[in-house]
Design a binder for this molecule. Structure first.
Ligand code: PEP
Length: 251
């Protein structure tokens, strides 16, 4: 039985004051015991959030890490070892905004995945197709290739300590959500691809859905057999909305 995970990606949002308000709002939420909850603030606010939510049972992750795990001369980057030292438990890798807007390649994504694991962090690997790719009938090919590049480089066992998020790019921040059936089809394909190498790993790995998840559509999405929770962007900046999404994962 996979424990659902709901993860909030705060992206490049927040000031010390608004983050304090969000922490306060989250502290007031009733979070279901059977659901793992995580938030990914900007790197600048990681310590503030760790301090503010330390006793709330919410895991803290970072939105990115450097390709090399160790500290070193790499201006502007943050090493996975530094994130681990600060108290992070997870790190996002391969978010489509980084792949498409910052040109992050599958090779870099794979190195970041490995760097995270080498420091004891759980990588949350994001995969997903653009609208053009979907309309060309290439969804499974694109998602399969993104996943394959990590499996081929690091082996299937790497997914025993990782989370995957299927995030159709056309649904991110757009208000458009994949239907539960559309999402389920891709989630099942992701699990089948992993199962081709290890049924055990495939059965245990959590595959989250991301793309305009809100309280109003969460329960339907999370009710699908291969959807194990959500990666939530915009709606995670509202504590009440995010709390409701977490509760939907527990129902
Ligand atoms: C995301 O950026 O990971 C995301 C899913 O964003 P949103 O929920 O705003 O679509």
């Amino acid at each position: 039985m996979r424990r659902p995970l709901v993860a909030g990606n705060w992206k490049m949002h927040g000031t010390r004051a608004s983050v304090a308000e969000l922490i306060n709002g989250l502290r007031q939420q009733v979070l279901p015991a059977g659901v793992e909850v995580a938030v990914f603030p900007s790197c600048l606010h990681v310590v503030q959030v760790l301090d503010g939510l330390a006793d709330k049972g919410v895991a803290i992750g970072a939105q990115n890490c450097a390709v090399d795990p160790a500290q070193g001369a790499l201006t502007g980057e943050v090493a996975a070892s530094q994130l681990q030292d600060a108290g992070c438990a997870l790190v996002l890798v391969g978010h489509s905004e980084r792949r498409l807007l910052l040109g992050e390649t599958d090779v870099e994504v794979t190195r970041k995945f490995a760097a995270a694991q080498s420091c004891g962090l759980t990588p949350l690997l994001c995969v997903g197709e653009t609208l053009v790719q979907r309309e060309a009938g290439k969804t499974l090919e694109v998602v399969g290739a993104q996943l394959a590049s990590v499996i081929e480089a690091l082996g299937i066992e790497a997914f025993a300590r990782a989370v995957v998020a299927y995030e159709p790019v056309w649904a991110i921040g757009s208000g458009l959500t994949a239907s539960p059936e559309q999402a389920q089809l891709v989630h099942a394909a992701i699990r089948a691809q992993l199962a081709a190498q290890s049924a055990e790993v495939a059965c245990a790995v959590r595959v989250l859905y991301g793309g305009s998840v809100k309280a109003a559509n969460a329960a339907e999405l999370f009710g699908m057999p291969d959807i194990d929770g959500g990666l939530v962007g915009g709606a995670s900046l509202n504590a009440d909305e995010f709390g409701a999404i977490c509760r939907a994962a527990g129902s």
